[in-house]
Design a protein around this ligand. Structure first.
Ligand SMILES: N=NNCCOCCOc1ccc(-c2cn(C[C@@H]3NC[C@@H](O)[C@H]3O)nn2)cc1
Length: 448
């Protein structure tokens, strides 16, 4: 038996997002988002699933917080539904939306749980998408207005903030690959969206500082680690493009004030170029306080000029996979954390890490031992990184509960708590009780 003791101030938590759990999609004045539209477009989401009801957490948040208290987490990462606050994206404030989040945040605080707030977790108000989305300065300005409202409203209650969740998904998965809302398939659009969200990030961080908000702010990219399939230069370059596509494309602008030159060249030969205006990069590279990192899997890449814009294909090496088909390789998290050190030894929170394991309830139990194995391996790699001096300050398991997994709908389950989508009954899984023990001990026990 090996014990990995975590620092005494290490924050254990869980994460969710508004559209994935809240439901009440048209209640109390909430306006439509691009995910309401996308999910109701035939063929976009498995089984035609949508977030109309989801986990009904809008009405059941007290029950959910009771489960969080039972779990023993110190921190809970959630997102604010922009179109609940500004139904038209940048028009009149919907007070009922603010009231909901006050009830929710107050209940967290009453239970000794720190609210960790993501401002944008993919649910852009549809009216802003109709006006050009993240390619339009109207959306950038609207995000600054939305974030200022939330900063002012929750200053003193919320002290940990993130502007954007997974810029790669917002820009590339949603506008080059077409897999997520709004479903575009164009590289130039994806680069424009990425630049727009980065500008919005920088302007919002600047506003956060100007308002003197009591707290810390950052951004949460998702990272995939990648290694070359062979020793060839082409495969090595392919894996480096993969890593940079997810992380460096966004973090170089934030930390260095420029896009990674080798990726700028790669996209230019593919026919697309970011239109950087004077002052943009200075605005984007406002200093931040912490990084959220979302990590799930790693990849073995082979150069293939016919395999999409980035010219790499992922080779199946026969690794164990989760039920969504992602290879389980926790070493990638350790490598990714070391990769980030080029930006300085900034405080890092693992704001998402978890496994899609679709076990169901049997005799009142969910024996998701594969999820326990996944979590144990990945938490051990975090301890290894901390031992190396990397400033990992917290870990938020994705996810607190099963929820709407975007284009996969409800068939893919990432939760520590099982949700029966017919009855909405919550059932803590075996991984819930395992994680409860890790939190209680603030250490990880591993067998040799
Ligand atoms: N690897 N790229 N290959 C080429 C592209 O393949 C096409 C598919 O790509 C991807 C890549 C990544 C994801 C993904 C999903 N989550 C889980 C959510 N995170 C935020 C939270 O809301 C969770 O629900 N994290 N990442 C999905 C699809």
């Amino acid at each position: 038996m090996t014990i990995f003791q975590f620092p005494k101030d290490f924050k254990w938590g869980t994460a969710t997002a508004a559209y994935q759990i809240e439901g009440a999609a048209a209640e109390d004045g909430r306006g439509p988002s691009i995910w309401d539209t996308f999910a109701k477009t035939p063929g976009k989401v498995f089984n035609g699933d949508n977030g109309d009801i989801a986990c009904d957490s809008y009405h059941r948040y007290e029950e959910d917080i009771e489960l969080m208290k039972q779990l023993g987490i110190q921190s809970y990462r959630f997102s604010v539904s922009w179109s609940r606050i500004l139904p038209d994206g940048d028009g009149e404030i919907n007070q009922a939306g603010l009231d909901y989040y006050h009830r929710f945040v107050d209940k967290l605080l009453e239970n000794g749980i720190e609210p960790f707030c993501t401002l944008y977790h993919w649910d852009l108000p549809q009216t802003l998408q109709d006006a050009g989305g993240w390619e339009s300065s109207r959306t950038v300005d609207a995000f600054v207005k939305f974030s200022e409202i939330i900063y002012r409203e929750f200053n003193g209650k919320i002290k940990s903030w993130l502007t954007f969740n997974e810029p790669w998904c917002i820009a590339f998965l949603s506008n080059l690959l077409g897999a997520h809302a709004p479903g575009n398939r164009d590289l130039q659009t994806a680069l424009n969206v990425g630049h727009g969200l980065l500008l919005a990030h920088g302007k919002s961080v600047k506003k956060f500082r100007e308002l003197g908000i009591d707290g810390k702010i950052g951004i949460a990219p998702n990272m995939e680690w990648a290694v070359p399939y062979s020793k060839s230069d082409a495969d090595k370059a392919a894996s480096e493009r993969h890593i940079a596509w997810f992380a460096d494309w966004f973090l170089d602008p934030v930390f260095k004030g420029e896009y990674p030159p080798f990726m700028v060249d790669w996209f230019e030969q593919a026919g697309a170029k970011v239109d950087v205006k004077p002052g943009d990069m200075e605005m984007i590279s406002q200093p931040i306080d912490h990084l959220g990192i979302n990590y799930y899997t790693m990849s073995v890449d082979r150069y293939n000029p016919d395999a999409g814009v980035l010219g790499f294909e992922q080779v199946d090496m026969g690794l164990v996979q989760t039920d969504i088909g992602w290879p389980v390789e926790s070493r990638g998290l350790y490598e990714a954390l070391h990769h980030l050190q080029k930006y300085g030894n900034i405080d890092i929170y693992i704001t998402e890490n978890g496994a899609c394991i679709n076990d169901e309830v049997e005799n009142g139990q969910v024996k998701d031992f594969r999820r326990i194995s996944y979590l144990q391996q990945h938490i051990a790699q975090i301890h290894r990184a901390i031992t190396d001096g990397i400033q990992v300050k917290g870990y938020m398991a994705w996810s607190m509960m099963d929820n709407f997994e975007w284009a996969e709908g409800y068939r893919m389950r990432f939760g520590l708590v099982h949700v029966d989508y017919r009855s909405l009954v919550r059932t803590p899984k075996e991984s819930f009780y395992w994680y409860q023990n890790v939190i209680r001990n603030n250490w990880l026990e591993t067998r040799p």
